[in-house]
Design a protein around this ligand. Sequence first.
Ligand SMILES: [Zn+2]
Length: 318
Amino acid sequence: MPELPEVETVARGLRQAILGRRILSVTLGKTDFIDDPAALEQHLPGRQIEAVERYGKFMLLRLSAGGENRVAANGDAAPASLLVHLGMTGQIAPSPAGQPLEKHTHVCLLLDDGRELRYTDARRFGRIAYLTKELLAEELSGFGADPLEVSKEEFADRICGRRARIKALLLDQSALRGVGNIYADESLWKAKIHPARLGANLSRKQTHTLRRVLQDILRKAIVLRGSSISDFLDAEGEPGEYQRHHRAYGREGKNCCRCKTLIRRAIVAGRSSYFCPRCQPSPRGFMALPPAGKNERKSKHRNASHAEKPQTRNRKSP
Ligand SMILES: [Zn+2]
């Protein structure tokens, strides 16, 4: 599933490509991942895309107030937002309107320069929602800090007071927004912290280290346009390159880049977690899964990269 760096990459691409364009019309295909499909058709035409922002793992297209002939009563006199969550396989990019549709194209927004902003999603675990100011405020209220902006003290406070496992805390969007399985495992490996350690048992110093390496890793991944596991593509249709720099995620049975011990896998917080048993000592009594045999490894890796359920499709915790 696209995490902070992948979503940031797509948002930057869209900013380059569609900022300032006006939406002329809306064509929808399958709509089971859209909160209120009729609201898109009713409220998007006439609005200008004024900003593209990332918020956690989703994007917000900030829209101008509707056109002059719109009635104030239906809310079109006020600015609004289009929330886009890519789920596992969502892609959003502009194409010339005359270009044939890719398979699984479910939303086309005709723009005033003759292109269409198209959303494709084979598995439809994504989400699109038209949100007024009030609905947006409600939507955003449950989220924690942005990991790139959170201060050292706030980060420590959000971790040290909690009896949950550190891996679960990193994935908890109400604690930090935007981190998923890949960057949680990578930052814990870098910080030499076992994913099953309890937040409350980490020292302040360890949380400072974790915050620093998490930020370094996220920034580096943004520069490399994210990790292309399964089928992530950016707004220009290009894969990311950060997967070449993974040190733990998806590397079960391979050598740790620091100490050459074989990377192991365990289920922590309900997710496959990859770690070095030597660099990241486990809490007492914690069992990793048995090392993968040669025959098993392939299927387990596939499991790690493709088959993990997205956390949820509901509105509170994307
Ligand atoms: Zn190691």
